[in-house]
Design a protein around this ligand. Structure first.
Ligand SMILES: NC(=O)c1ccc[n+]([C@@H]2O[C@H](COP(=O)([O-])OP(=O)(O)OC[C@H]3O[C@@H](n4cnc5c(N)ncnc54)[C@H](OP(=O)(O)O)[C@@H]3O)[C@@H](O)[C@H]2O)c1
Length: 361
């Protein structure tokens, strides 16, 4: 039985209100109150506790000309913003961690914790098969959206399947203080590589002093090319690209023979109408380079080993992790805008409602 909706708080949602030509602004989003959905047979009603924010959410917003741009754009004005995607029905990529309020599925009961849901709203109904049950005694719920969630797994997949860093090699990681980049650099360090990050401002100190990178280039101070020459005197063997654009080109030009360019994301281009044309192919042949893009959900087979290794690395203090918590769904637009401006350190997470597992500790 679902509790009466007047016993629950309001179901707030966030709609797309504009089709931004460049960086989104607060007026491109609109708060709305929605009815609390009723679960049908086989479905579960849950309240979101944490929602992950990712750069790709910007990519899925509508473009001003009404058509998806080269980098996507699937939402329309008036739609609820979406968090996460559940391709092939795997809740690992869902947007929320939440608490079950009512269930009409035999595997779930009120008080269970789940990962699932995609829209930016407080209450969600989902079929049980699209939910992953979580054990808050095994790992804090917040970690399920952060360090044990999608972003560091993206880093793991890109390095395991494409970058394959080796001892003594030089690895460069852009957006190095972010959710994916911070994990990518540390995993490359564990593999024995010399790791150089690229980030903005004070975050560089965090990248070196806390995350243990060998160096970090501040992309906001001076041109990137001489900084790369200074920090990578032996060239670059692996470039883990989170940003595209001119940083990608500068790193590409410095790749050594048999270098690997891991095309993970292009956040510098998500506000732009056109995609960059990318690097020339002649050096790819001459230097026998490997350039490969990947999408994390093609590598789900790696998830069990990733989770096991990540937990061990954290236990051993070899992998440090931070997240960037913003309170209240009404502040989710600001969180996305801030992420695209580089205001975050680690995974950007919105706390949608109180985490009962923290309140009882
Ligand atoms: N391939 C996949 O399956 C997959 C899955 C998920 C995410 N991704 C991609 O992974 C990348 C990182 O995602 P994330 O969630 O971990 O985000 P994030 O790195 O935590 O946040 C984005 C960071 O990008 C940097 N940035 C923003 N604008 C920039 C610009 N114009 N030039 C250079 N850097 C800029 C900022 O860091 P600084 O200001 O410190 O540079 C910002 O903090 C994104 O490109 C995302 O699309 C790929």
């Amino acid at each position: 039985m679902a509790p009466a909706s007047n016993q629950l708080g309001p179901n707030i949602g966030v709609r797309v209100a504009g089709a931004p030509a460049g960086s989104p602004t607060p007026s491109d989003f609109e708060l709305t109150e929605l009815p609390i959905p009723e679960p049908a047979d086989g479905e579960v009603l849950f309240r979101s506790i944490y929602m992950g924010i990712e750069p790709s959410m910007r990519r899925r917003m509508p473009s001003p000309v009404g058509a998806p741009g080269p980098l996507g754009g699937q939402m329309q004005v008036g739609d609820l913003m979406t968090a996460g995607q559940i391709p092939l029905g795997d809740p690992l990529f869902a947007g929320h961690v939440g608490e079950v309020i009512a269930s009409r599925h035999p595997d779930f009961a009120p008080g269970d914790f789940v990962k699932g849901g995609s829209e930016w709203q407080v209450y969600h109904v989902a079929p049980g098969r699209l939910l992953r049950k979580l054990n808050p005694k095994a790992a804090p719920l917040r970690h399920e959206m952060g360090v044990l969630g999608q972003s560091p797994f993206v880093a793991y997949c890109g390095l395991e399947r494409i970058g394959q860093p080796k001892s003594g090699e030089t690895v460069v990681v852009s957006a190095a203080a972010g959710a994916v980049g911070s994990a990518a650099g540390q995993i490359a360090k564990i593999a024995g590589a010399r790791v150089v990050g690229i980030a903005s401002g004070d975050k560089c100190r965090h990248v070196v002093e806390e995350l243990g990178f060998d160096a970090c280039i501040d992309r906001t101070v001076g041109p990137i090319v001489p900084a790369l020459d200074r920090e990578c005197p032996n060239g670059i063997d692996v470039y883990f690209d989170n940003v595209g654009g001119e940083i990608q080109r500068a790193c590409f030009d410095r790749l050594n023979d048999f270098g690997r360019l891991v095309v993970c994301g292009m956040v510098s281009e998500y506000n732009a109408p056109e995609s960059d044309h990318g690097p020339p192919l002649r050096p790819v042949l001459r230097k026998r380079l490997r350039i490969e893009g990947f999408v994390v959900w093609d590598h789900l087979d790696l998830y069990p080993e990733y989770r096991r290794r990540m937990k061990a690395w954290m236990r051993e203090g070899r992998l440090k992790y931070r997240d960037h918590l913003v309170d209240g769904l009404e502040n989710a637009p600001g969180a996305l805008i801030g992420l695209l401006r580089g205001e975050n350190v680690g995974k950007m997470i919105v706390r949608v409602s109180d985490d009962p597992t923290c309140l009882t500790r």
